[in-house]
Design a protein around this ligand. Structure first.
Ligand code: FAD
Length: 285
């Protein structure tokens, strides 16, 4: 099933997970999937570690498992900056052979340890290249507070429009903690005639290590209300979990009350987080 069908007709609920790095963690992922799939999301997206070998990729293994064992639609993330056309062709061949139709087409982050190849400069190049090669549904990433490499919001929206024109049928957003940033962004997109579903990405912040990573990496702004919660509870694991979950839940309820196109939850492979959020919105979504 193509994700665009689900997202165009209802508010979608989806989860993001990442493939385990070690064989020993494979058992845990089964337990995680048992819970996530029981929550009946519209899809589960599986992240992709750039720079590895494409044809023995754990992302595909996990996506296959989600589809075959749990009958939930997977979305495979695919980055392109470090691959050439032949490598992407092989990946597309495997996806088609496995019956996986939904691809979150990404450029990938720059990494000084990996060689950038010349064939694909932007996610839109990947979509344009793959579109004639199979019956895929493409999703794209978007950034309510601008991608760190963007010169300004106008450039950002212009390139996003190019990505949609190339064939991205659904946009999944970078995480954010201030809903007003997301509302402004969606308004700008609609003015620019970007009319595909734009699904907000929410990550419940539940531990101190996550907060530090977030501050250095994601570029999201931290509203005062959120900062206060972090400062107050960062040394108390259980309290931070409760506070982080409540903050995420209040963000999600506000987003749904404002008629967003759905909710994409960055689960960090934590089934407790996903279950708690779903319980909190069971009569809302
Ligand atoms: P693009 O859409 O190519 O945009 C990147 C930058 O280039 C932007 O500043 C854009 O404005 C600019 N740009 C685009 N087109 C042009 C053009 N024609 N000319 C000039 N500038 C242009 N990374 C992973 O490695 N693995 C993952 O699984 C993964 N999953 C993600 C999931 C989501 C929902 C999100 C939001 C991000 C994810 N990322 C992942 C991170 C992503 O790879 C990085 O943010 C990367 O830096 C940009 O990828 P993109 O597809 O958004 O790039």
């Amino acid at each position: 099933m193509k994700i665009s069908d689900a997202c165009n007709h209802k508010k979608s609920l989806s989860f993001e997970i990442f493939p385990p790095k070690k064989d020993s963690e494979l058992k845990n992922i089964d337990a995680t999937l048992d819970v996530l799939c029981e929550l009946q999301p519209d899809f589960i997206s599986v992240t992709f570690g750039a720079g590895g070998s494409l044809n023995c990729n754990r992302t595909i293994e996990l996506a296959k498992k989600i589809k075959q064992n749990y009958h939930v639609e997977p979305v495979v993330h695919l980055t392109c900056l470090h691959y050439n056309r032949a490598e992407i062709d092989e990946f597309a061949r495997i996806l088609t052979a496995e019956g996986i139709q939904n691809v979150l087409a990404l450029r990938g982050d720059r990494n000084p340890d990996l060689t950038e190849k010349d064939d694909f400069k932007h996610a839109s190049d990947l979509i344009s290249y793959l579109k004639p090669k199979g019956d895929f549904c493409f999703l794209g990433a978007c950034y309510p507070e601008c991608h760190p490499e963007s010169a300004n919001k106008i450039e950002e929206i212009r390139h996003l429009k190019e990505k949609v024109n190339a064939g991205a049928e659904v946009l999944l957003s970078q995480l954010f903690f201030d809903n007003t940033q997301f509302y402004r962004f969606v308004e700008d997109c609609r003015i620019a005639d970007i009319n595909v579903p734009i699904v907000p990405g929410i990550m419940p912040v539940i531990n101190a290590a996550q907060i530090k990573r977030m501050i250095t990496m994601c570029g999201a702004s931290f509203p005062e209300r959120f900062q206060k919660i972090i400062h107050k509870f960062e040394d108390n694991k259980a309290a931070l979990f409760d506070a982080g979950m409540s903050y995420a839940l209040s963000q999600i309820i506000d987003l749904l009350a404002n008629d967003t196109d759905g909710i994409h939850l960055y689960t960090m492979n934590n089934p407790v987080v996903a279950r708690r959020i779903c319980e909190g919105i069971q009569h809302i979504i």
